[in-house]
Design a protein around this ligand. Structure first.
Ligand SMILES: Cc1cc2nc3c(=O)[nH]c(=O)nc-3n(C[C@H](O)[C@H](O)[C@H](O)COP(=O)(O)OP(=O)(O)OC[C@H]3O[C@@H](n4cnc5c(N)ncnc54)[C@H](O)[C@@H]3O)c2cc1C
Length: 481
């Protein structure tokens, strides 16, 4: 008999959370702490969504999206998770750039960037400080008409090299482009610049494992291999979800699935106003990625001066569209030293990431797809040899993932690494006005994506769900006029 992954699930909950990405996990935890009964349903066989890892024989553990996040994670993990999780967050101190315009190493914070801008790039200290102050002063509700390109042109006209330094890492971090609203750049950039780039000591497996422990302690019912196929919204309010052939009643749903998949797949457009559906149709998906995962032989070491994160490019100029091209010129390498997992077996691993388009991979035949993967591996090893000499001979394991892989494991349409573009945020926020009890939390826009953005969005939405459930439970006020 097939295993029943829902055997411990009850017939009804206050809230069902669909998906265990960082927004889903955090929303579930905050709601459970608020005393709500919560069911977390994840279609994959492990929790974490894009915040994931995989193991290979020989003690190699690869992290998929643990390249770096801003310091704000410490506060969010402490407040909404545990001290133990927050205390495992450590800084990555060697961030490197290597491209035809410049090569440098930085701690990637404001002081060091001002130093570089003024000493290496010969920008005036006034312009550098004014730029940082403007970026830091930006907030969520500001005017969105200025683009990131216009912001740069205001402070550093004609300085393609400065734009590259300031923009390239953020494009990698969340897929944003020079044509996106400047606030989406300014907020994310300032988040990083406050203290630098951070990582989780112990790896993603430890991070998600601690979260799962905490969720269960707080009473969340957690089910993996639980694929939600429908959210029942009859009568304009959430009533239940259908999962693995079962119907589970609930007062609210937080969907952590892709925004477009939630609206057009799980719910169905007939439950929304026409104007909302029209707006939702204009939401663009973010790009996807390819990655090459490399493990060195157990006795092999990489010198730590190689860096923690290396933004490398052979392109003469920084152009967003070139970052997506099949003709790869830019690669971001994450170097994982034995200190990444101090309790694990001492290993050196490298993950090379490149932004990519889904269609470039999804439309290939099986043979073409395999050949393209092998080509991706070969060209990556060629490029990496500059930084890790004789890398081919030193490897114990190498494999690649593509946009199709990300789609397969998370069901994100087109394998989008960062959900939707900026306009997805307004659509995500408007869901509960369309259907009572229907919420979305997960990578949308640029601010609400990445580890920190997704977690914080989960908190915001959980508080709204709690308020709605409280309102729904109140007896109706009788008016006596
Ligand atoms: C290659 C790569 C590198 C990255 N690097 C970084 C980085 O260095 N730093 C950083 O901050 N961010 C990084 N990110 C982005 C970051 O990982 C994501 O923005 C974040 O983890 C997304 O969280 P989320 O809550 O939006 O959910 P997701 O991680 O997208 O998870 C959604 C979950 O919903 C589940 N689901 C979907 N449909 C259903 C259904 N019908 N029923 C049940 N479950 C369902 C999926 O299986 C998945 O588990 C990277 C992403 C990628 C792909």
């Amino acid at each position: 008999m097939p295993r029943d992954f829902l055997q411990h699930a009850k017939a009804e909950y206050d809230v069902v959370v669909i998906g265990s990405g960082l927004a889903g996990l955090t929303a579930a935890n905050v709601l459970a702490r608020a005393g709500r009964s919560v069911l977390l349903l994840e279609q994959h066989y492990k929790l974490g969504g894009m915040a994931t890892w995989f193991k290979r024989p020989g003690g190699h553990i690869f992290d998929i999206s643990l390249h770096g996040f801003p310091y704000g994670m410490v506060k969010s993990c402490r407040r909404y998770w545990t001290k133990e999780i927050a205390d495992s967050i450590v800084q990555l101190k060697n961030i490197r750039f290597d491209n035809p315009m410049f090569s440098l190493t930085t701690t990637f914070n404001r002081d060091d960037f001002i130093r570089l801008l003024t000493s290496d790039f010969k920008v005036s200290p006034e312009s550098a400080s004014a730029f940082f102050d403007t970026a830091r002063g930006m907030n969520f509700y500001d005017d969105q008409s200025m683009t990131t390109r216009e912001l740069f042109d205001k402070f550093f006209p004609g300085r393609e090299d400065v734009i590259r330094l300031l923009m390239e890492p953020i494009t990698y971090a969340n897929g944003s482009t020079l044509e996106d609203p400047a606030i989406s750049y300014g907020i994310v950039f300032s988040n990083f610049m406050s203290k630098g780039v951070f990582t989780f000591e112990g790896g993603t497996d430890k991070f998600i494992g601690l979260m799962e422990q905490e969720l269960r302690k707080n009473g969340v019912d957690v089910c993996i291999r639980a694929d939600v196929t429908r959210v029942d919204c009859r009568g304009g309010r959430v009533r239940a979800v259908e999962v693995n052939g079962r119907t589970i009643r609930c007062g609210a749903v937080v969907s952590n699935a892709n925004l477009n998949a939630t609206i057009f797949g799980l719910v169905g457009e007939e439950y929304f106003d026409k104007s909302f559906v029209d707006e939702a149709r204009t939401v663009r998906l973010n790009n996807s990625s390819t990655q090459v995962y490399m493990a060195l032989k157990p006795e092999e070491r990489i010198d730590e001066s190689t860096g923690d994160l290396l933004f490398s490019s052979t392109a003469p100029l920084f152009r967003t569209e070139m970052l997506l091209s099949r003709n790869i010129t830019s690669r971001t390498y994450s170097f994982y030293y034995p200190r990444t997992r101090p309790e694990g077996r001492p290993r050196c691993l490298i993950v090379s990431s490149t932004n990519a388009n889904f269609d470039d991979w999804a439309k290939l035949s099986k043979e073409e797809y395999e050949a393209s993967k092998q080509n991706l591996i070969a060209t990556t090893l060629d490029a990496l040899d500059k930084y890790v000499p004789n890398v081919r001979e030193r490897l114990a394991h190498v494999e690649a993932s593509t946009p199709v892989t990300f789609h397969h494991y998370t069901k994100h349409i087109n394998g989008a690494s960062f959900g939707t573009k900026f306009e997805g945020l307004a659509v995500s926020r408007a869901l509960p006005q369309q259907v009572t009890g229907l919420y979305h939390a997960g990578s949308v826009g640029i601010i609400m994506s990445g580890w920190l953005g997704a977690m914080n969005y989960g908190v915001i939405v959980a508080n709204e769900v709690d308020a709605q459930l409280m309102k729904a439970a109140k007896p109706a006020l009788t008016t006596t006029t």
